[in-house]
Design a binder for this molecule. Structure first.
Ligand code: NDP
Length: 339
């Protein structure tokens, strides 16, 4: 059985969907309440591969909200993630994806130091961040969507915002090794990590966001920002492809211009309907088929009976592992979202 640990994008979002999920007592509660709410299994999932194989899974709502980070409720945030992991393990789930901020909190707060959760000792090999599949899907979106829009990669400048992150660095490695992009712009805040990435890649220009926006043909957003940001679309090149891979989305508002194409990054579409209700509440256009690539990674590991923390730690994702997960993604009928 596979598992998905997820969370909602804001307090307002959580209050709105509590009713839909059958928890009316959560609907008018504030942040304090969510800080103390325990994890819940709120969905049973059946996925059928195009090979005919069928698997079962569970969705674990961690009750974490990004406002906990913004309001410095760090203890609550870390407890949410560890408790959700313990809940997944207690329920016999073999491989569970840490969605959205779950893996970021796990890494940033070094939660591997705290494996004992009451009477449960967390077995980390039962969890995956899902970031290898997410990075692979974002790279395929860059390759395929640019082609559709007539942006030639060998003449294109690609900016990666969040370049030093787990997903961002993997995207940079793939773009360097597997494509002929003309220029790669590396954007993040920490200068030391940027220089180290640049020297590992042996290429890439370190740039501030404001400087990068007007010169980029493609911008990949994979920064871990608890709230979306506004960008001034008048400064962007036309045409321009924006791939927003963040959760919550990195871009606050829909950019409206016929030559600026915004794509939901790190999202896959399955070839067959998935039997679940959870994707309705995260506003997917086709909830029966569209999902986060990190969640799909735990499904793929379950299909392949690869019970291992396939994506783990930070900045360890290799192009070979991206190719490996990419192959089984195609085999079981997942494809990158392109509209
Ligand atoms: P990491 O924490 O590993 O990396 C985050 C990156 O963003 C770092 O490079 C960080 O560098 C940079 N960053 C953070 N804040 C800012 C800012 N304000 N401006 C510029 N850069 C910034 O995160 P992940 O790679 O694990 O995840 C990235 C995003 O992808 C997250 O939003 C996550 O929720 C989402 N995600 C999506 C998935 C999907 O299935 N679609 C799956 C998993 C994650 P620095 O701190 O130096 O600025």
């Amino acid at each position: 059985m596979f598992g998905l640990i997820g969370h909602l994008t804001s307090l307002e979002h959580a209050q709105r969907v509590a009713l839909e999920l059958g928890y009316p007592e959560y609907a008018d509660q504030g942040l304090d309440f969510w800080c103390s709410a325990p994890p819940q299994i709120v969905d049973n999932i059946t996925v059928t591969s195009v090979t005919g194989q069928q698997i079962e899974g569970r969705y674990v709502e961690s009750c974490f909200l990004p406002e906990m980070l913004a309001n410095r409720r760090m203890k609550a945030a870390t407890r949410k993630i560890l408790n959700a992991m313990a809940h997944a393990q207690k329920n016999g789930i073999n491989i569970t994806a840490l969605g959205g901020f779950s893996s970021i909190i796990f890494e940033n707060f070094k939660l591997e130091q705290f494996p004992q959760i009451r009477n449960i000792k967390l077995e980390f090999e039962r969890f995956t961040t899902g970031n290898t599949h997410t990075a692979y899907i974002i790279c395929r979106q860059v390759e395929q969507a640019s082609k559709k829009l007539g942006i030639e990669l060998d003449k294109a400048t690609v900016a990666v915002c969040g370049a030093t992150g787990d997903i961002g660095s993997a995207v940079c490695r793939w773009l360097d090794a597997k494509t002929n992009v003309k220029d790669l712009l590396l954007i993040a805040r920490n200068a030391e990590r940027l220089s180290s990435l640049q020297s590992d890649l042996g290429r890439g220009k370190i740039m501030g966001l404001e400087e990068a926006l007007p010169v980029s043909d493609i911008i990949v957003w994979v920064a871990s920002m608890p709230k979306g940001m506004e960008i001034d679309s008048t400064v962007l090149k036309k045409p321009c492809l924006l791939i927003d891979g963040g959760y919550p989305k990195n871009l606050g508002t829909k950019v409206q211009h016929p030559e600026i194409h915004v794509l939901n990054g790190g999202i896959v579409e399955h070839s067959l309907d998935i039997d679940w209700k959870i994707m309705n509440i995260v506003n997917m256009d086709v909830p029966a088929r569209q999902l986060f690539a990190c969640f799909a990674e735990s499904m793929l590991l379950e299909f392949e009976k690869l019970y291992t923390n396939f994506s783990w730690g930070r900045n360890q994702i290799t192009v070979e592992k991206m190719e490996q997960i990419g192959k089984v993604s195609v085999k079981h009928g997942f494809r990158p979202l392109l509209v």
